[in-house]
Design a protein. Structure first.
Length: 145
């Protein structure tokens, strides 16, 4: 038996990995010490994923709060050593995520936020560019048999 929340998270990761040419990591927000690099120290373009804490969608049932609807926040960062590549990866993430349908809920919607940010080395030089973008999907919680 599995839980619909975990199933949803795993399906999102599998979908992103199938659709993106870049490697998709479920990892913390990138910083210069955690950037994915090749053997020459160059930042390899990739996508970082974080799932946020559930947000109540205020849809209740007589079965109790656990069976209500919730929003699952999804934050994606397009990371690259080149600002244009980061922007283009971010644009593709928006294109493939908007409207993706969750088996146990609704369609993925865009949430507020996102802009290109530099990630600087300890010496202040720019090591990479990150384009964060935020989404949410409404899901129902239950044990999946």
């Amino acid at each position: 038996m599995t839980y619909s929340l975990e199933d949803t998270q795993e399906r999102i990761l599998a979908y992103l990995r199938a659709e993106m040419a870049q490697t998709v990591y479920e990892t913390a927000i990138p910083e210069y010490t955690t950037l994915k690099r090749n053997d020459r120290g160059q930042v390899v373009p990739y996508v970082a994923v974080q799932f946020g804490d559930l947000v109540d969608a205020y849809s209740e049932t007589f079965a109790g709060v656990e069976t209500g609807d919730f929003w699952l926040p999804i934050t994606l960062q397009a990371v690259s050593g080149d600002p244009v590549i980061s922007r283009k990866i971010s644009n593709k993430l928006i294109r493939i995520m908007l409207g993706w349908k969750e088996k146990y809920g609704g369609q993925v919607r865009k949430r507020m936020g996102g802009r290109q940010l530099p990630i600087n080395n300890a010496d202040g030089a720019t090591a990479a560019y990150v384009n964060p973008t935020s989404f949410g999907v409404r899901i129902q919680l239950f044990d999946d048999v």
